[in-house]
Design a protein around this ligand. Structure first.
Ligand code: ADP
Ligand code: MG
Length: 272
């Protein structure tokens, strides 16, 4: 069964999409079968891997008509999965920019989880979900569907607040009255765009390691939660302009190396 990793933080611009891409690319390079799902209406990940934005997308897959036959559903999935150079992807939909409007039924929150169950026949090792910089039904669906959460920060106070919001949401969906809604566990916190020689970095790193991770573990939202960093480097933009991950564009650069180390930590924390 695929391990489903949800990349979360309600703050934008902190490196969620880059993390989704790099972790997917690093896992693919180690011979894993990886699918990315772009749940952000801005479709940055879809754009970055260079997929066809006109193809069937995740909205079409979540909006499956109950009258459709099994064969028709499988056909839809086959047409929605795009085989890009570094991973497979189901691209995002601009309709997700108004996710709360388009998915307003009480049970819609389970749509992504149910869709991922149908995907089981595709035998992916990992499914990586990139999320919007928002607390909405799309990120809620990803919390419900995920086995594991990766929380992303750029070291700012706003990003830390964004992480706190995600933790609140995870906790709410694991509360007594919603006991079976999700079993998502926080795997780790990744601080991106780090210039490691600054005092700010050291203070922020300590805060995450000492305070926030302890809180996650005390609340039972994750066990062996890791904290790691990814450095800031120009190659991220250069790789993006080429439609590539850093794993492909500059595999021996600092960013690619940092993300491979992070990916090893991720894999180590997942039981078979
Ligand atoms: N390690 C890094 N070094 C330099 N720039 C980065 C790094 N990670 C991300 N960026 C840049 O920061 C911007 C925001 O990253 P992105 O992954 O799109 O964030 P999010 O998905 O959280 O909104 C992008 O322009 C991206 O190229
Ligand atoms: Mg993004």
């Amino acid at each position: 069964m695929a391990k489903v990793i949800s990349i979360l933080t309600s703050k934008g611009g902190v490196g969620k999409t880059q993390t989704a891409l790099e972790v997917a690319a690093a896992l693919s390079r180690s011979e894993n079968k990886v699918l990315c799902i772009d749940m952000d209406g801005q479709r940055n990940l879809s754009g970055r891997v260079g997929c066809n934005l006109k193809a069937k997308n995740i909205y079409d897959c979540l909006d499956i008509d109950t009258d459709m036959t099994k064969e028709e559903v499988f056909e839809l999935i086959d047409s929605a999965i795009q085989h890009c150079e570094e991973c497979d992807i189901i691209c995002g939909s601009t309709k997700l920019s108004k996710a709360d409007k388009v998915f307003s039924d009480k049970d819609d929150i389970f749509l992504l989880r149910n869709f991922i169950k149908i995907l089981e026949r595709k035998k992916y090792d990992y499914i990586i979900i990139d999320n919007p910089p928002a607390r909405n039904i799309a990120s809620d669906m990803s919390i419900i569907a995920g086995d594991y959460a990766l929380l992303i920060s750029d070291g700012s106070k706003d990003a830390r607040q964004g992480i706190e919001y995600v933790l609140d949401d995870i906790q709410a969906y694991r509360s007594d009255e919603r006991a079976n809604w999700t079993h998502i566990q926080v795997l780790g916190i990744i601080m991106t765009k780090v210039r490691s020689n600054t005092i700010h970095y050291q203070a922020t790193g300590d805060l995450y390691e000492d305070v926030i991770i302890k809180k996650i573990q005390d609340k039972g939202l994750g066990k062996d939660v890791f904290f790691d960093t990814v450095c800031e480097a120009i190659e991220v933009m250069q790789a993006g302009n080429k439609g590539q991950s850093c794993q492909k564009y500059k595999p021996y650069g600092n960013v690619a190396r940092d993300y491979r180390r992070v990916t090893t930590k991720i894999v180590e924390r997942m039981p078979y």
